[in-house]
Design a protein. Structure first.
Length: 145
């Protein structure tokens, strides 16, 4: 059965001086402010689509890695995932060019090689990674604690 999730954005005024708000419908993502300056300069307490994409990728990847490790007989005690989206101008178009995932894990019974292989598998099976595939370069750095 397909699952659908909804978010809503409202933007006011022009791109450079305007601003907007975005929120999820579930209540889990409260209304947050967005602006062009938050995308290309200092965030100033506002978010950006790229930060929201990084948050989505970090949470999705952590779930995929947890599932992969569990299937392999070494469920994690703790995974800490950071995702960094790179937003850059390519020609005349602003583009998300790269997503760098950094994961640290406390995984009893796993060695560095098994953890790295699980991270690679998770990167290939995470739905957000698959949505980005072919459009955004995804790098993963995995370290056991």
């Amino acid at each position: 059965m397909a699952v659908k999730r909804t978010a809503t954005a409202v933007w006011e005024h022009d791109l450079l001086k305007g601003s907007g708000r975005v929120r999820g419908s579930s209540g889990g993502l409260p209304e947050v402010a967005v602006s062009w300056a938050a995308r290309t300069e200092a965030p100033g307490g506002k978010t950006s689509p790229e930060e929201l994409l990084a948050a989505a990728h970090a949470s999705c990847f952590s779930m995929a890695l947890s599932a992969t490790l569990g299937r392999g007989g070494t469920p994690p005690e703790r995974l800490s995932v950071s995702a960094e989206a790179t937003f850059d101008k390519v020609g005349e178009a602003w583009t998300v060019t790269e997503m760098a995932l950094t994961v640290r894990g406390k995984v009893p019974g796993a060695d560095a090689a098994k953890f790295a292989e699980a991270a690679k598998t998770a990167s290939e099976t995470c739905p957000i990674s698959r949505a980005l595939k072919g459009n955004v370069a995804v790098r993963v750095q995995a370290t056991l604690e």
